[in-house]
Design a protein around this ligand. Structure first.
Ligand code: SAM
Length: 214
């Protein structure tokens, strides 16, 4: 009886260890994303993005053209969950990320967006977690957001989610000339055009609108 108990305990410990290991996590991610099962990444910023921002744009997305910049295992389900009725695009220069991209995917940098799409193509562009993860200096950021301006239609919306830490991203959005072309956009569910996630978590979401044509 004692031997059986010891064997069971050892097996349970082993299973726990395997489940906690990095390779198990990688396997689980690969398995789930292949089967189209959502894999979620939990953080305060992700909660705001997934519970407030994406649902808001989702409700108005039928028939519209949406671009999500930079993709990974935890964003693969966004197409199905939020933009099923939109023409939903993803863009990422890392060709390995294509497997997490949408049906409509471009392997390229946001700075080159205007080489892939005609002016005023998109209704919404969502650029979360790319400043500091590839858009690392003002030259790259200015080029990228100028492209967003060109490729958004009048009254089109731009969302930028970013760390507010000068050690990580050495410039603010306010310092970028390209973003001064936009108006601030008041996002109804958050009742602001700039939402800061506090409590020591230096992250903000900034909402912009391309001026309408009169
Ligand atoms: C931290 S991940 C963010 C993924 C996703 N946007 C999100 O909401 O978490 C950064 C992603 O941006 C991509 N990226 C880096 N430089 C980029 C650029 N210049 N244009 C577009 N995507 C870029 C990276 O390859 C990576 O997949």
């Amino acid at each position: 009886m004692d031997l059986l108990r010891t064997v069971c305990k050892t097996i349970i410990t082993l299973i726990k260890k395997v489940r906690q290991s990095k390779s198990y996590k990688t396997l689980e991610i690969g398995f789930k994303t292949t089967l189209g099962i959502p894999v979620r990444y939990r953080s305060p910023a992700r909660t705001i993005l997934e519970n407030s921002i994406l649902p808001y744009f989702s409700t108005q997305s039928a028939g519209s053209k949406v671009l999500f910049v930079g993709c990974d295992w935890y964003t693969k389900h966004y197409n199905k969950d939020y933009f099923r009725h939109a023409e939903y695009w993803t863009i990422d220069p890392d060709t390995a990320k294509k497997r997490y991209g949408a049906k409509y995917h471009v392997s390229s940098k946001l700075e080159l967006l205007d080489q892939h799409f005609r002016p005023e193509y998109f209704d919404v562009i969502i650029c979360n977690g790319v400043l500091g993860y590839g858009l690392n200096n003002t030259r790259q950021a200015e080029q990228a957001f100028n492209c967003c301006y060109t490729c958004l239609q009048p009254s089109g919306k731009l969302v930028i989610g970013r760390e507010d830490d000068r050690h990580f991203i050495p410039f603010s959005n306010e310092e970028l000339k390209s973003l001064r072309q936009f108006h601030p956009y008041f996002l109804p569910p958050l009742a602001t055009s700039k939402y800061r996630i506090g409590s020591g978590y230096n992250y903000s979401f900034n909402f912009y609108e391309k001026p309408p044509n009169f």
